[in-house]
Design a protein around this ligand. Structure first.
Ligand code: AMP
Length: 206
């Protein structure tokens, strides 16, 4: 199987070729068609399996369609447990959107000064990658307009919950449109992760 069979936009495929990937990994083969169909998805995937591209490529593909309204807020929100992971995902988003000049990404994490982040949030953008604590800060200050959000991704959900982010994650999800597509990726799929998935996902494909 090659990436060409996955129905991704040619400019996204161009970035995949540029990244040097010759064929999709298992999680990419399993997840990308389901995400492109619009299904909610719950996936068990460890770091190193190619899970980030498994959600970023179809997320970026969604951005090839016009937004549902003309607001400036995110169309895709990726929530992650740590600053390091957020930055890695931001780097990968830049890599896969290399030929999509209109796609703008903002990364919002704790431990860095507010002014530069606030400036970025005041301009139109498409993809928001965030850790829960800092994002709640911005939500409470009215800095995020979720009215055109189409997709919520919870990455490393088990770590996020281990770090005590269950209520922040639920609060953030409750601020987004219920029409959104929700994807949950986790190294383990049990207990509290399944409970969160039942609370936030609609008939997920596994
Ligand atoms: P991840 O599991 O998302 O942390 O990805 C691990 C590494 O695999 C990253 O450095 C990606 O750049 C790389 N990667 C993702 N998809 C592929 C692929 N289809 N072929 C080769 N490498 C890939």
């Amino acid at each position: 199987m090659t990436f060409d069979t996955l129905n991704l936009h040619p400019k996204i495929l161009q970035a995949v070729v540029k990244a040097g990937y010759s064929k999709p990994t298992k999680i990419q083969l399993d997840a990308i068609p389901e995400i492109l169909k619009g299904s909610d998805l719950r996936a068990s995937a460890q770091t190193g399996t190619g899970k980030t591209a498994a959600f970023l490529l179809p997320a970026l593909n969604r951005l090839m369609n016009p937004p549902i309204n003309a607001s400036k807020g995110p169309r895709i929100l990726v929530l992650v447990p740590t600053r390091e992971l957020a930055m890695q995902i931001a780097t990968q988003t830049e890599k896969y959107s290399k030929y999509l000049s209109q796609v703008k990404t903002v990364c919002v994490v704790g431990g860095v000064p507010y002014p530069a982040q606030v400036r970025k949030l005041s301009r139109p953008y498409d993809v928001l990658i965030a850790t829960p604590g800092r994002l709640i800060d911005y939500i409470d200050r009215g800095k995020i307009d979720f009215s055109r959000l189409e997709m919520l991704v919870l990455d490393e959900a088990d770590r996020m919950l281990d770090m005590g982010f269950v209520d922040p994650v639920k609060k953030i999800a409750s601020c987004t449109p219920s029409s959104r597509q929700t994807l949950l990726f986790s190294a383990t799929l049990q207990g509290i992760v399944i409970k969160l998935s039942e609370a936030l996902l609609k008939i997920p494909v596994k």
